[in-house]
Design a protein around this ligand. Structure first.
Ligand code: COA
Length: 255
């Protein structure tokens, strides 16, 4: 009975072609690899998304909580035709991007989450997912929304996205914006960077382990300020979460 019901609950994914990994040099001079992750790798991402749920700055909280749900939805087969790409620098998780294929012509962009700031890793990872939609999946347009002013600047303004305000985006039901093929082609030379194939050693290092980000966005040091938004006046939830992170060996998790 449980097996039968699971067959009904679980959507049947369309076979999507894989994203061919690529690499690029970021502003720090380090090489960054962008690659697709399998369902089995999702549990390795979740512990690095969870702490960002408590970072209000730049809307990391709302984006992280949604990304967490989307990753879990993918892992637990509760979303159809989703894909997840990650960016890694020296193996460390630098960015997560995801989305899904709505049909053969339209893609839906879910989120972009940068775990290392100031290097445009989020912008590069977003460009890689648009490349996936346009060049690999053959979509004619991608529906996009922004939850933060930085996101608005990066996507709506830098790509000159078109309004599709008659279409409610899956993400929060808000009005959509669209990246069309001509807009993507116009941005290709300036915003879409990276080379293929990824040198074998570089790719192997990235695939070997998803290492914790060494300097991810952090909640304020002031426990009172940090916990006010969590409805956690004793700071116990925050302290527990940091202790858990400390066990994972993350520097910012130390209490
Ligand atoms: C939107 C996002 C993906 C962009 O990532 P990115 O391209 O790597 O850019 P950063 O966030 O590092 O930097 C954004 C700006 O803040 C500045 N900045 C640099 N270091 C910073 C830091 N430590 N803290 C805050 N801002 C910083 C950058 O200089 C940059 O300015 P610029 O736009 O003039 O270049 C990222 O900001 C993010 O994950 N935000 C939270 C989630 C979110 O909003 N996602 C998008 C949903 S629509």
């Amino acid at each position: 009975m449980a097996v039968e019901l699971e067959k009904i609950l679980r959507p049947v994914d369309a076979p999507l072609p894989p994203f061919p990994p690529k690499f690029m040099k970021v502003a720090s001079g380090e090489d960054m690899v962008v690659r697709q992750v399998s369902r089995e790798e999702i549990p390795d991402l979740l512990p690095h998304v969870e702490p960002l749920i408590h970072v209000e700055r730049d809307y990391y909280d709302i984006v992280a909580v949604r990304v967490y749900a989307e990753l879990l939805g993918y892992y637990r087969h509760r979303v159809q035709d989703e894909y997840v790409l990650i960016a890694q620098i020296n193996g460390e998780l630098a960015a997560i991007v995801n989305g899904r294929s709505l049909n053969k012509d339209v893609g839906v962009s879910y989120h972009t989450l940068a775990l290392r700031r100031g290097l445009r890793v989020g912008a590069h990872a977003f460009a890689a997912k648009m490349e996936y939609h346009m060049d690999i999946l053959g979509h004619k347009e991608v529906l996009i929304v922004a939850e933060s002013p930085i996101g608005f600047r990066r996507w709506m303004i830098e790509y000159h996205l078109e309004k599709r305000f008659n279409v409610a985006h899956e993400l929060g039901g808000v009005p959509s914006w669209a990246l069309t093929k001509p807009l993507f082609d116009a941005a290709r030379d300036t915003l879409v960077v990276g080379r293929r194939p990824v040198p074998e050693a570089l790719l192997k290092k990235a695939q070997a382990a998803i290492l914790p980000p060494s300097n991810p966005p952090k909640p304020p040091a002031d426990l009172l300020g940090a916990t006010r938004s969590m409805n956690d006046p004793t700071a116990s939830a925050l302290l527990l979460s940091r202790q858990r992170l400390a066990k994972l060996g993350e520097p910012e998790g130390k209490v």
